[in-house]
Ligand binder design. Structure first.
Ligand SMILES: *[C@@H]1O[C@H](CO)[C@@H](O)[C@H](O)[C@H]1NC(C)=O
Ligand SMILES: *[C@@H]1O[C@H](CO)[C@@H](O)[C@H](O)[C@H]1NC(C)=O
Ligand SMILES: *[C@@H]1O[C@H](CO)[C@@H](O)[C@H](O)[C@H]1NC(C)=O
Ligand SMILES: *[C@@H]1O[C@H](CO)[C@@H](O)[C@H](O)[C@H]1NC(C)=O
Ligand SMILES: *[C@@H]1O[C@H](CO)[C@@H](O)[C@H](O)[C@H]1NC(C)=O
Ligand SMILES: *[C@@H]1O[C@H](CO)[C@@H](O)[C@H](O)[C@H]1NC(C)=O
Ligand SMILES: *[C@@H]1O[C@H](CO)[C@@H](O)[C@H](O)[C@H]1NC(C)=O
Ligand SMILES: *[C@@H]1O[C@H](CO)[C@@H](O)[C@H](O)[C@H]1NC(C)=O
Ligand SMILES: [Cu+2]
Length: 601
């Protein structure tokens, strides 16, 4: 026993000595006028940029990010995909892990970059994501597993090119854009009683243009089984389901259509703004495109003309590399793909086309080979409606396998069954079927400081440390209601997506369900995610089961990442490890530096 102990001790000292200094970053938030898609509006800039600058860390770095709030409104910043092991106070959720950062104030998040790969930061206050408060995070891996590269190539040149590509990826922040500010949208949603899922454009790294397409053509792209959804109507000029569509907007409550500006669903005015161009050097052999799903509303199918995509990293974890032609990016997830630059040098189009029910809209960019022939553009395997050409191979996210085999516990210690859906209003959503997580909770005392009194709230899930918890989402629907897929994001550590299906979940636990429908579960090597999308429910319910290990005591959030659904209340707080609650450092507790002013440099 003596030797191993000494050996470990020695290593500990060595790595303590080598520990690099804390890496510090500042994010200055300002409100300013810009025209990302050719239409001017006021929006949030980070360090004068949109999207915000990438935060690049090395795996294992201790980092400090200071948010300086020069906006007129309160804010917080969340680090999406960062588990915050032992630093739950840096997670950035107001009313859960911290106080709101008032205008003119600052907040310093401190955490360790334990997880390699692609993540992102974004606002966690109200609907501010829709005003542009987001940017990429990339954590360079300490080492790239041999098995990852082996699965793609055994050629020594290609292998070194792939390694280099992974270390220096092209970060692609994919988002959607509204011409109304998030607060204008909220006012419209509440006064008209409408779910405002109709955007103006799709942006790649903050660039795009407004496109207007014939509504009749769009209707023709709908697969026949879904045609009842249109209720005999066409899409609007913006490609949206009309506001009178009862599937999309419910029949249960009254809508005040006269409160809707015609620009929100109906009028389309095309622009010719610049689109993103990614310049690549074919001598590099391979590149990595790391896609970050920062859209607020749209679920986007992706393809790159005439290039296959080797998907190798999902939500910041390596997977068994899978060669596909298309993949679908919802709100929150990250997919990194390796692309071989072995085509005729040209300007190949990247397509991001909405695959959701709510709207048919697409955004484009170009992958431009240096010294290529710009007339060589290739052919897309996706149409404007997000439908693949026959023979194209889409990524099936249910079959993603972690690169290093990793199984969850075979039995759960606790189960939460959540019947998710709308309550009362078209814009009002619930993650537990009976209560909305109201925006006013953002201003409450953070749960992290004092978790006890919340025990009986139906908006809080409580779990003991070290246990395995199942969350089963029962997506309610009837013949006349519709729920889109909800991209659910769990803060802190990841979940195993262990099962999904259509129909009502008739059981109370996964163990019971597995006896009757074992083929719908995978407890061997299921996908590991921080954001996972429930199946859309159209003319009938669906369900999804995830399992996670409670291992990071603290207060976190579980919520839909469609921004109008989050502001509509589709969230629950989680008190992980209630029995081993952490001691809160003074600066993050009730007597912390909540009033500290910041000054413009
Ligand atoms: C590379 O070699 C390994 C070991 O022989 C093999 O398992 C793997 O399939 C090969 N990869 C490719 C892409 O051919
Ligand atoms: C939303 O934007 C449209 C078009 O710019 C404008 O007419 C409308 O007044 C805005 N809505 C609100 C509530 O400000
Ligand atoms: C839908 O569009 C097609 C083609 O433009 C047109 O022929 C048809 O009348 C439209 N249907 C409705 C309900 O407006
Ligand atoms: C946008 O287009 C609509 C018709 O679809 C038109 O009525 C409106 O004036 C246009 N708005 C602008 C700002 O050009
Ligand atoms: C792109 O692929 C299409 C088939 O999908 C093929 O006809 C075309 O020649 C290809 N173009 C290039 C530049 O490789
Ligand atoms: C929670 O509910 C239980 C049972 O109704 C009750 O005994 C307990 O006092 C409540 N706890 C709090 C903090 O309200
Ligand atoms: C919480 O549980 C995890 C996993 O079992 C364990 O590694 C960790 O040490 C526990 N934390 C505390 C504070 O007990
Ligand atoms: C649940 O029970 C209902 C009524 O018996 C049945 O129609 C449905 O198919 C069941 N769902 C599943 C997933 O088995
Ligand atoms: Cu949702």
């Amino acid at each position: 026993m003596k030797w191993p102990v000494l050996f470990c001790g020695g290593l500990g000292i060595a790595s303590a000595l080598e520990k690099p200094p804390v890496k510090k970053f500042e994010l200055d938030l300002t409100w300013s006028s810009r025209a990302p898609d050719g239409v001017e509006r006021e929006q949030i800039l980070v360090n004068g940029q949109f999207p915000g600058p990438p935060l690049i860390f090395d795996e294992g770095d201790d980092v400090e990010v200071t948010v300086n709030n020069f906006l007129q409104s309160d804010t917080t910043v969340h680090y999406h995909g960062i588990e915050q092991q032992g630093t739950s106070w840096s997670d950035g959720v107001p009313g859960v892990s911290q106080r709101l950062i008032a205008p003119g104030r600052k907040f310093v998040s401190k955490f360790t970059a334990t997880q390699y790969g692609t993540h992102w930061y974004h606002s966690h206050s109200r609907g501010q994501n829709m005003d542009g408060l987001y940017g990429p995070i990339y954590i360079r891996p300490r080492s790239i597993p041999e098995s990852l590269v082996n699965a793609i190539s055994n050629d020594s040149l290609a292998r070194s090119q792939i390694q280099k590509a992974i270390q220096n990826p092209k970060l692609l922040m994919i988002s959607d854009w509204f011409h109304n500010t998030s607060e204008e949208l909220r006012d419209i949603a509440l006064s008209a009683n409408i779910d405002t899922l109709c955007v103006d454009s799709i942006l790649i790294n903050g660039k795009g243009r407004v496109r207007c397409v014939d509504p009749g053509y769009l209707s023709s792209l709908i697969p026949p089984p879904l045609s009842p959804l249109l209720q005999g109507q066409n899409f609007t000029a913006k490609g949206c389901l009309p506001t009178h569509n009862t599937y999309a907007q419910t029949t249960t409550t009254h809508h005040n259509y006269n409160e809707l500006p015609p620009s929100l669903f109906d009028q389309c005015n095309a622009t010719n703004a610049a689109e993103e161009e990614i310049r690549v050097d074919p001598r590099d052999g391979w590149i990595s495109l790391n896609l970050i799903g920062a859209a607020s509303v749209s679920t986007l199918a992706f393809s790159l003309n005439n290039h296959s995509l080797w998907v190798y990293e999902v939500d910041g974890q390596y997977i068994v590399p899978t060669k596909v032609d298309t993949l679908t990016l919802s709100n929150g997830p990250r997919y990194s793909v390796l692309v071989q630059l072995n085509n005729t040098p040209g300007d190949y189009r990247m397509t991001f086309a909405s695959a959701g029910f709510n709207q048919k809209i697409a955004g484009y960019g170009v992958l431009s080979y240096i010294n290529g022939d710009p007339s060589v553009v290739g052919t897309s395997l996706l149409n404007y409606g997000g439908v693949e050409s026959p023979g194209a191979i889409p990524l099936n996210e249910n079959t993603i396998k972690p690169l290093i085999p990793n199984a969850p516990a075979q039995e759960a210690d606790a189960t939460f069954l959540l019947a998710i859906g709308r309550i009362e209003k078209a814009w009002k959503w619930s993650l537990n079927g009976d209560h909305s997580y109201d925006l006013s909770l953002e201003a409450e005392k953070p749960l992290l400081w004092d978790p006890e009194p919340q025990e009986n709230s139906s908006l809080v899930i409580t779990a003991k440390n070290g246990t395995w918890v199942d969350i089963i989402f029962d997506v309610t629907a009837t013949k006349t209601t519709l729920q889109p897929g909800h991209p659910i994001h769990k803060h802190s550590n990841t979940v195993y997506v262990i099962g999904a299906g259509t129909g009502k979940f008739n059981w109370t636990t996964v163990a019971e369900a597995r006896k009757e429908i074992p083929h719908l579960f995978n407890l061997e090597n299921p996908p590991i995610r921080d954001t996972f999308t429930t199946l859309p429910a159209f003319q009938g319910p669906s369900w999804m089961a995830v399992r996670y290990h409670v291992q990071n005591p603290g207060a976190f959030l579980l919520h839909c990442h469609i921004d109008p659904h989050l502001t509509g209340g589709m969230a629950l707080a989680m008190l992980d490890g209630i029995d081993t609650w952490p001691e809160i450092p003074e600066e993050y507790g009730p007597t912390g530096k909540w009033g500290e002013a910041t000054e413009r440099k």
